[in-house]
Design a protein around this ligand. Structure first.
Ligand SMILES: Cc1cc2nc3c(=O)[nH]c(=O)nc-3n(C[C@H](O)[C@H](O)[C@H](O)COP(=O)(O)OP(=O)(O)OC[C@H]3O[C@@H](n4cnc5c(N)ncnc54)[C@H](O)[C@@H]3O)c2cc1C
Length: 400
């Protein structure tokens, strides 16, 4: 669905400009033009005196879905350094409950190298079947090859449900898989169930900063894909008597590998002493710090406030601070009493990890930075001038 202007009909009266609450209409060559800020609120259609603005229905045709040709509940068993993560057992626990309702087979998909024993062990945690793809290129996580391999497996086997952990790994490559197999994805689910009437997967997750719980369905596409928050679902108990088949796929049997990136080295990170997820105050720095030395004033402010240090992905990717400090979609989700974002633009992926904070203070020299849209208090200016002032004043008020 889109809102469009019939150019020949527009008389350039500009009545629509004032009607738009989102500044989504511009005048181009004397004719109204709808830009990407449009939310399809339709206010401009009412305002146009010459009916030159119309709502255009989407021309995307949805295919007739043969739900019966999709069967099986899959869980993605993620591993790090050859060790299956505990989130896989939680997914097996959730998958088993769903399989009990639909009567489908529960399959664990494991991608790695030299992990036959771990693959067999997944059967003891309730998998009826394990698809284990063994290849040196899959030993360490790399979103391109992982998305290719899982996408190919889904296209070949057609499961009706695919679940993965809402971990940095799942958040990074599962959206690529969903896009590849042309289906929807519900991220960060905290509850899953089966609709007794339609058999559709009911995917429940917090929405609007946790103020409501939304139950999302995917009735017209298959598979139904969801990522599930870690430590929310009960892990499947180990039962060495449980029987299942393990299929080892080697040589990738024609599975296409997307290998534009290679993992050159895996650097073990020192476990952070500060637990960001539990901190009441977080001071985060982004690319606006200009370099690793910029984190010195972030640390000073965090110290003055007894807070922890967070970071945007750009700062982490630039090597200025370890990944354990990253806040956002592929980092940590935090909800402190006070979050101070310094030199962070406010990309959606960063907001996803911190916008539920009680009070957000943004310091940015660009008054139009999107971080100000979620900020409780905004300070427009140079962080290198503002932060030392705050540190001085906090220390003075504490008598230091
Ligand atoms: C799949 C995916 C997952 C992602 N996951 C995450 C994630 O978990 N977390 C995350 O943060 N990002 C994530 N990103 C990246 C995200 O899209 C942004 O690229 C990133 O958040 C930008 O980081 P930044 O705000 O530090 O940098 P920029 O966007 O470059 O912003 C820097 C800001 O600093 C300001 N600035 C510059 N100098 C100063 C100064 N002296 N004083 C004050 N302000 C100054 C600028 O005005 C600008 O607004 C992800 C992206 C993808 C595609």
């Amino acid at each position: 669905m889109a809102v469009v202007v019939i150019k020949d009909q527009c008389n350039g009266c500009e009545a629509c400009l004032a009607s738009c609450p989102y500044e989504a209409i511009e005048m181009v060559d004397g004719v109204a033009w709808i830009n990407e800020k449009c939310t399809i609120c339709l206010a401009c259609i009412e305002a146009c005196p010459v009916e030159a603005i119309i709502q255009e229905e989407s021309k995307v045709e949805l295919p007739d879905l043969d739900k019966n040709s999709y069967s099986g509940i899959w869980i993605f068993a993620e591993q790090r350094n050859g060790k299956v993560s505990s989130v896989a057992m939680e997914l097996l626990g959730a998958g088993r409950k769903l399989a009990g309702k639909t009567g489908e087979k529960l399959t664990a998909v494991l991608l790695g190298h030299g992990m036959e024993e771990a693959a067999r062990d997944l059967v003891h945690f309730g998998a009826d079947e394990v698809l284990y793809v063994d290849d040196p290129a899959l030993a360490q996580f790399n979103d391109g090859p992982y998305a290719s391999v899982l996408g190919d497996l889904i296209e070949e086997h057609k499961p009706s449900i695919v679940l993965a952990g809402a971990t940095f790994m799942g958040r990074s490559f599962i959206p690529m898989v969903a896009s590849r197999v042309n289906t929807g994805l519900t991220a960060d689910c905290t509850a899953l169930d089966i609709d007794p009437e339609t058999g559709d997967l009911l995917q429940t997750r917090p929405a609007f900063g946790g103020n409501i719980m939304a139950t999302i369905i995917c009735p017209r596409h298959r598979p139904q894909m969801a990522t599930v928050r870690h430590k929310v679902m009960a892990a499947a108990p180990k039962d060495t008597g449980h029987k299942g088949e393990v299929h080892v796929i080697r040589g990738l049997d024609g599975i296409r590998m997307d290998d534009r990136t290679k993992v050159l080295e895996v650097v073990e990170e020192i476990i952070d002493t500060v637990n960001l997820a539990e901190a009441d105050i977080i001071v985060s720095g982004g690319r606006g710090l200009g370099g690793p030395e910029g984190f010195k004033i972030i640390e000073e402010l965090a110290l003055a406030l007894d807070g922890a240090v967070g970071a945007s992905r750009s700062a982490v990717d630039s090597g200025w601070i370890p990944y354990s400090h990253q806040v956002g979609q592929t980092g940590k989700t935090v909800q402190p009493k006070l979050y101070i974002a310094c030199g962070i633009s406010g990309a959606v992926q960063h907001l996803a990890g911190m916008q539920a904070s009680d009070v957000i203070v943004a310091i940015n020299k660009d008054a139009d930075a999107p971080i100000f849209d979620v900020a409780t208090y905004g300070l427009v200016g140079d962080l290198f001038q503002i932060i030392p002032e705050i540190v001085r004043s906090v220390n003075a008020s504490r008598g230091q």
